[in-house]
Design a protein. Structure first.
Length: 326
C-alpha cells in the first residue's frame, strides 16, 4: 500500500531541507566536487550555470539573493571570477569565503601579467581542491565530519586513479604530436602535468580578442609541426578555430570541456567525467586513432560526391548497354 504524504510529513520533509546548510560555489566544476564530498547533507548550488562561461558571466539579482542566503562560499580565485567581489558586496553576506586553490602553485600567465586560474584541469591539483573543500565542509558542519571524511577518501582515490589514467593515456600520442591547440589558454596545468605543449587562439580569459599575430603563430605551428587536429571548447565560440583548421586542412579533434562541466546528457556531466572525456578525445585525435565521421569536413571527399560519381557511372553503363542492344 502506498504511503500517503500527510501535512505533518510534508512539513517535516520541507523542514529537513530548510535546515540543511547552503554551500554556494562560483562555477559548476566546484559544485560537483562539493557534492561528491557532502552528498545530500548540505545544499550545493553554483552561481554560474552549467554551460556558461565564468570569465564573462554577469551576475543577476537572483545570484545576489543566493549569495545572501549562503552559509559557505567556495571560490577559485587566481583572477578567475573578476565579477565575484562585487556580487558578494552587493549581497551583504557574512558567509565565510574559502579559496579552494590554496596550496596550488599558480602558473604565471603571459597575458596581462596575471595568474592562470585553470588549476583544476590537472587531476593532481584536483586533489588539492577537494582537500580544501573537505576542510571547509567540516568547519561548517563538524557534526557530520565522519561522513564527509568517508566521501572525501573515496573521491580522493578516484582522482588519484584518474591522474594515473591520464598520465598513461597521453603516452599513446607520438611525442612529436603532443601539441594541444585550443580556443583559449585553459590547459596549461593539464599540459605541464601530462606532457603536452599548449597553444591557443586567445589567452587565459575568454574576454580577450584574438590578434592577427595569434592566427599567424598558430598557422605556423600547425604547418611546421604537422599537428593533426585542433580542439574547440564547450563555452567558447568555435568559429575562428574552425577557420584556422579549414585553412590548414586539419580536423577538429573534438569539443573539450574546460570552464564548465557538461549537462546530464553530455559526455562530461561531472568533474571526473570531464577529465576522462577530454583525455580520451585528445589522445584519439592526436594519436590518429580517432574515427572519421560523416560530418568531418577535413576527412576527404564527402559521401554525397562519391554517390554522384557512382550514379554517373551507372547512367553511362545503362546508356552504353542500350546502344549495344540496338
Amino acid at each position: 500500500m502506498a504511503l500517503l504524504a500527510t501535512p505533518m510529513l510534508v512539513s517535516t520533509i520541507l523542514s529537513g531541507q530548510q535546515d540543511k546548510k547552503l554551500v554556494v560555489t562560483s562555477a559548476s566544476i566546484f559544485a560537483d566536487m562539493a557534492k561528491n564530498i557532502a552528498g545530500d547533507l548540505v545544499q550545493v548550488k553554483s552561481i554560474v550555470p552549467i554551460g556558461s562561461d565564468p570569465h564573462i558571466y554577469e551576475p543577476t539579482p537572483a545570484d545576489a539573493r543566493l549569495v545572501s542566503k549562503a552559509d559557505l562560499l567556495l571560490v577559485n580565485g587566481l583572477t578567475f571570477e573578476g565579477w565575484l567581489s562585487g556580487l558578494i558586496e552587493n549581497a551583504n553576506t557574512s558567509a565565510p569565503v574559502v579559496t579552494i586553490t590554496k596550496g596550488i602553485e599558480p602558473i604565471r600567465a603571459v597575458y596581462k601579467n596575471s595568474t592562470d586560474p585553470h588549476a583544476w584541469m590537472s587531476a593532481a591539483n584536483g586533489l588539492i581542491y577537494i582537500g580544501n573543500i573537505f576542510k571547509a565542509l567540516v568547519a561548517l558542519d563538524p557534526h557530520n565530519e565522519q561522513t564527509y571524511r568517508f566521501n572525501y577518501n573515496v573521491y580522493r582515490q578516484q582522482l588519484q586513479d584518474m591522474d594515473r589514467y591520464i598520465m598513461e593515456a597521453v603516452k599513446n600520442i607520438p611525442s612529436q604530436q603532443r601539441i594541444l591547440i585550443t580556443s583559449h589558454d585553459a590547459f596549461q596545468y593539464y599540459g605541464r602535468r601530462y606532457g603536452l605543449r599548449l597553444e591557443s587562439v586567445i589567452g587565459i580569459s575568454t574576454e580577450a580578442e584574438a590578434q592577427t599575430s595569434d592566427v599567424i603563430r598558430l598557422n605556423k605551428i600547425i604547418r611546421e609541426s604537422r599537428v593533426p587536429a585542433v580542439f574547440i571548447e564547450s563555452t567558447v565560440n568555435p568559429k575562428l578555430l574552425e577557420q584556422i583548421a579549414s585553412d590548414n586542412h586539419v580536423q577538429i579533434g573534438g569539443k573539450l570541456y574546460s570552464d564548465s562541466i557538461g549537462g546530464p546528457e553530455s559526455p562530461a556531466p561531472s568533474y571526473l567525467d570531464m577529465l576522462k572525456y577530454n583525455t580520451d578525445t585528445i589522445v584519439a585525435a592526436l594519436s590518429g586513432t580517432q574515427e572519421k565521421t560523416g560530418d568531418d569536413s577535413q576527412a576527404g571527399s564527402p559521401a554525397w560526391l562519391w554517390m554522384l560519381v557512382g550514379l554517373a557511372f551507372a547512367g553511362a553503363f545503362v546508356f552504353v548497354a542500350s546502344r549495344l542492344n540496338n
